[in-house]
Design a protein around this ligand. Structure first.
Ligand code: FE2
Length: 170
């Protein structure tokens, strides 16, 4: 049986991951409105990945005989005014999610819950990649975003991203 505090944090993470999906859909919708379908594609896939993360947390809890509680998902509240805003909000959000994963890891570590620590290892690595991707996007936008041709090329590049299911299988 998992520790109560660990269960509470894992269950809360389900909601945070669905919120992340919601936030990235807001970004995708913003870019659709701007006519940047490649950026929209990138964030739509990002939203799918976040939904996958939520499902992984649910599966992990259920594999450990925990009954999962689904709470209301907050309205995505990012203020988006220009093409750079979602990218910066995305990096900030990923840094926040990293801190959440680390907090769960801390709680598992405190009670020697090696199973949950091993489960979270994948997310620790994933968060490192997410932060790198988010800051790479900001750098590219800084370099090429103010030039219409550069922005067009970047949009084409991001339009090429395809969804793939998470590599973690439970
Ligand atoms: Fe996530």
């Amino acid at each position: 049986m998992l520790n109560e505090k660990v269960i509470e944090l894992l269950n809360a993470q389900v909601n945070k991951e669905f919120y992340s999906a919601y936030l990235y859909l807001q970004f995708a919708n913003f870019y659709v409105d701007q006519g940047l379908s490649g950026f929209a594609n990138w964030y739509k896939i990002q939203a799918q990945e976040e939904r996958d993360h939520a499902l992984l947390f649910i599966q992990y809890l259920q594999n450990n005989d925990v009954s999962v509680t689904l709470e209301a998902i907050d309205k995505p509240d990012a203020v988006l005014q220009n093409n750079m805003d979602p990218l910066k909000a995305g990096l900030k959000h990923e840094q926040y999610v990293t801190s959440l994963i680390h907090t769960i890891y801390d709680a598992a570590y405190a009670v020697k819950d090696f199973r949950t620590m091993q489960f979270l290892d994948w997310f620790v690595k994933e968060q490192g990649e997410e932060e790198t991707n988010a800051s790479d996007l900001i750098k590219k936008m800084e370099l090429f975003g103010s030039d219409p041709k550069g922005l067009y090329m970047l949009d084409q590049e991001l339009g090429g991203r395809v969804y793939s299911a998470p590599s973690l299988v439970l």
